[in-house]
Design a protein around this ligand. Structure first.
Ligand code: DAH
Length: 369
């Protein structure tokens, strides 16, 4: 009896200090399993007298059930402990942002560039690039602006001495391209019609105020094929503007204008509502000039090596920065190039925001602020 009593105390102590379910099960097997300490004691009963058998058997059964209860109680405690530990490990702080916010921002100029390329790309235009430092032939002469042509004074040109070993020679000087129109000539030199290209890029003029910066961005467009008419120009640019401002209907008008490299020439206006605080595109009775365009002048086709009796074409030029100011309601162009990260955080776009015609361009519903 002494023996059984002390064994029971030992077992109950072991159970109480078991620190894992595995540990607890080992204790159970060591005592109640096939070769467990209590099981072995049960086996010894057969060698005892009847009275002893009854007395010890009763004791043993009591101890067994006490041990079983203790194991069960400890099991509950350990299970709860393990669950709490698991819950603590898997805890989610739902107030945290879904994923760390991306730091960089896409500049509005890059965004408009992407949008313009996405729209014209879908219309079947190729994108071509050319040099920022241009010769006068491509920037002026071939565009029907020979030396001393008054139209050269329309643009405040930066001239660059192309040979520093000699004195500056105005006739030979290179220029920072004043427009992307030179890309019309560079494209014609490389490619026979049909031609359907846009040429986005940086352009330069000596000018600085709220709507002019010395460096700005343009996109040139050129389409040349047989039987191209002004109707193609109008349809193409109308479709572009609707896609760009994400509107189904958009009032537009073409005003007669003058550019040396197109004949006839026009400027395209879109309908809008101007108030002191707001500019709303697509409604109202005001007009806003958005681009210059026209039918390519026969002299320009000739300069590019294309026979004007066989081919016709249209061209257009639009200002990317101006479109960004309109679409996103940014009042001062100079801020575009000040590299102020607070400005970029406000007006910029997240890198994951791709421009596509199916997914939406910049999703502003065609309204500008
Ligand atoms: N190059 C002109 C400018 O910078 C814009 C322009 C007007 C381009 C008419 C064209 C065009 O291709 O046809 O002001």
């Amino acid at each position: 009896m002494e023996n059984l009593e002390s064994l029971k105390r030992t077992i109950l102590d072991e159970i109480k200090t078991a620190d894992s379910l595995k540990n607890l099960d080992d204790i159970r097997v060591a005592n109640m399993g096939k070769k467990g300490r209590l099981t072995e004691m049960m086996k010894t009963l057969s060698s005892l007298s009847l009275e002893e058998k009854i007395a010890l058997g009763k004791q043993l059964n009591l101890v067994k059930s006490e041990v079983e209860n203790a194991i069960l109680a400890q099991k509950n405690i350990l299970e709860e402990k393990e669950l709490n530990a698991k819950l603590a490990a898997e805890k989610i702080d739902i107030t945290l942002p879904v994923r760390p916010e991306t730091q960089g921002r896409i500049h509005p100029v890059s965004k408009i560039y992407e949008e313009v390329v996405a729209i014209f790309g879908q219309m079947g235009f190729d994108v071509v690039n050319g040099p920022d430092i241009e010769d006068q032939f491509h920037n002026f002469n071939a565009l029907n602006m020979p030396a001393n042509h008054p139209a050269r004074q329309m643009q405040d040109t930066f001239y660059i001495n192309n040979d520093p070993s000699k004195p500056f020679d105005m006739d030979q000087a290179f220029v920072m391209r004043t427009h992307t129109s030179g890309m019309q000539i560079r494209t014609m030199e490389k490619q026979q019609p049909p031609i359907r290209i846009i040429a986005p890029g940086r352009t330069y003029r000596s000018d600085y105020d709220a709507t002019h910066t010395p460096m700005f961005h343009q996109v040139e467009g050129l389409v040349i094929d047989k039987n191209i008419t002004m109707a193609h120009l109008k349809g193409c640019l109308y479709d572009f503007m609707k896609a760009f401002f994400e509107l189904d209907e958009l009032p537009v008008r073409y005003r007669p204008s003058y550019f040396p490299f197109t004949e006839p020439s026009a400027e395209m206006d879109i309908g809008c509502l101007k108030t002191k605080t707001e500019l709303k595109i697509g409604a109202g009775t005001d007009w806003l000039e958005v681009l210059g365009c026209g039918m390519v002048h026969p002299n320009v086709l000739r300069a590019g090596g294309i026979n004007p009796d066989e081919y016709q074409g249209f061209a257009f030029g639009l200002g990317i920065d101006r479109l960004a100011m309109l679409k996103y309601g940014i009042p001062d162009l100079r801020t575009f190039f000040e590299s102020d990260v607070r400005w970029l955080k406000h007006y910029g776009f997240t890198p994951l925001d791709f421009s596509s015609l199916t997914g939406g361009l910049s999703n502003n519903g065609g309204l500008t602020r």
